[in-house]
Design a protein around this ligand. Structure first.
Ligand SMILES: O=C1CCCN[C@@H]1CCCn1cnc2cc(F)c(F)cc2c1=O
Ligand SMILES: [Mg+2]
Length: 485
């Protein structure tokens, strides 16, 4: 069966589940919150990884792999680091029939796995900076509604953990990595994001401050954290005794960062660009950018048509374009069109007897359905230009949709109205945690409470005398508020 049973603007949740399955990204698994990532998803993950890994290698990050398991006493090294997270930790308690002497946790994140060894490896300033990155899976036994890519009990990520002699170096790297995350979203996934700082309440409790890139899903009116880059300060250095002897022979504590993005990024892309025909892939992350389909005609020369298709694929591949041929005999062209549209392939090239005779090919765009006939000799240049056009169009369209959801408010009533209208709310805030807690309490409900998403680095000007929408106290900053994933 092809085609979508659910419409994006009518049943978003069902639409999303259907798209990720019909496009062959995901197969549901018999453990709740766990999903099979099929090639159509893993190839996207690998394209993102290729970019990000090359970029952090330029920043001198070294690849590591730490164990999946961590002992109970090490995991609980510092109460405030994992206090609220305890229910999410998955434990191994047996091997075969026999109980383990002590339960072993499966890593939900790797600070406690890594930092005892950072303490051992770092003695002198000459051992700094230490720059560790690992690509791995983590497990968090969450209970809120599982969603493929967006919220799963196991997911893939990279986690960077860096150690510096000075706060200045750490502060600089936090922003360098955040910029890479912005590039992943805007330049690859064509998803607009805001860079900002998390509030004291929303930040990583174990750190000094948290920055993030924040996306927004217009269909649900929910913000979603795209990636996060923390400055940990010297908190973990204290916890794990990570000190070094500086040039003057004094013992000092190190300054640390940690940062991650995850397979959630693929889900954000699906939600942003997908339509009622299925997935719409930004060309820079499309495993197949162009699918070439022969269109045979009753007595036409099918061999010549297939030959033209094969040479078109070859020519495109030689130009570094990810093109493929769908010459399956057991499916009609029409069926193939629908299937590759469902999988979100950015361009389709059709070659039939007429095209052959006119030495042209027909190109069809997935994003806006536009059809264009071009001379076969121009195919590389035209396809290249079309792919760039699609990439830009997807980002621009997503930006306009997101911007249309932004509501700048100044009073509580306006805030509630905007929340009910599924808006991304920009509000003047007094920056007091009590007020943040109060807003959460006053907006509790089955759709979830409103919270601060981030304080965007790019601050609109705040006229003197502006008061906080929730407390009436003098506003200190503009922050994004809303419901979130
Ligand atoms: O967000 C990052 C970037 C990569 C490295 N880790 C940091 C902070 C992770 C915050 N966090 C997030 N979730 C957790 C879940 C747990 F079950 C648990 F024991 C601990 C945590 C936890 O520390
Ligand atoms: Mg969590």
């Amino acid at each position: 069966k092809l085609g979508m049973a659910f419409k994006k603007d009518e049943n978003f949740g069902e639409w999303y589940s259907e798209v990720v399955v019909n496009s062959e990204m995901i197969e549901y698994y018999d453990i709740s919150g766990c999903y099979i990532l099929r090639p159509w998803a893993m190839e996207i993950w690998e394209l993102l990884k290729e970019f990000f890994d090359a970029e952090i290698k330029k920043l001198k990050l070294k690849p590591y792999y730490f164990p999946l398991f961590v002992t109970e006493n090490v995991l609980q090294k510092e109460k405030d680091h994992i206090e609220g997270f305890a229910p999410e930790v998955a434990w191994v308690t047996k091997s075969g029939k026999s109980d383990l002497e002590a339960p072993i946790a499966i890593r939900p994140t790797s600070e406690t796995v890594m930092y005892p060894y950072f303490s051992k490896w770092i003695r002198s300033h000459r051992d700094l900076p230490l720059k560790c990155n690992q690509w791995c899976n983590v497990v968090r036994w969450e209970f809120s509604n599982p969603t493929p890519f967006i919220r799963s009990r196991e997911f893939l990520w990279q986690e960077g953990h860096t150690v510096f002699a000075t706060k200045e170096e750490a502060d600089e790297e936090v922003l360098q990595i955040l910029e890479l995350y912005r590039r992943i979203y805007e330049e690859f996934l064509a998803v607009p994001v805001y860079k900002g700082r998390k509030s004291e309440m929303e930040k990583f409790a174990g750190g000094l401050y948290t920055t993030s890139v924040e996306a927004f899903i217009p269909n649900t009116g929910r913000g979603i954290q795209g990636a996060t880059s923390h400055c940990l300060g010297q908190n973990f250095a204290k916890m794990f005794d990570i000190t070094f002897e500086n040039e003057k022979g004094e013992r000092s504590m190190v300054w640390q960062n940690s940062w991650a993005y995850t397979t959630r990024s693929i889900g954000v892309m699906v939600m942003t660009h997908g339509d009622d025909k299925g997935l719409v892939l930004p060309p820079r992350v499309a495993p197949i950018q162009v699918i070439v389909i022969p269109v045979p005609f009753k007595d036409a020369d099918t061999t010549a048509i297939k030959g033209a298709c094969e040479s078109t694929v070859y020519t495109l591949n030689q130009a570094g374009i990810r093109a493929d041929l769908d010459a399956r005999e057991n499916y009609s062209p029409g069926w193939k069109y629908s299937q590759w549209e469902m999988k979100g392939v950015p361009l389709r090239i059709e070659i039939g007897p007429k095209d052959l005779a006119n030495k042209q090919v027909r190109i069809v765009r997935r994003d806006n359905g536009a059809k264009v006939d071009i001379p076969s000799t121009d195919v590389v240049e035209q396809v290249g230009a079309l792919l760039e056009g699609i990439q830009a169009n997807l980002l621009e369209t997503a930006k306009q949709k997101r911007d249309a959801c932004i509501k700048t408010i100044s009073t509580w009533d306006e805030f509630i109205g905007a929340l009910n209208d599924k808006k991304l709310i920009l509000a003047p805030w007094c920056d007091e945690e009590e007020v943040e807690k109060d807003v959460k309490a006053r907006t509790k409900g089955e759709l979830g409470a409103a919270k601060t998403l981030c304080t965007p680095f790019d601050q609109p000007d705040l006229p003197a005398g502006t008061v906080c929408f929730a407390s009436g106290k003098p506003a200190q900053k503009w922050s994004f508020w809303g419901r979130s994933y």
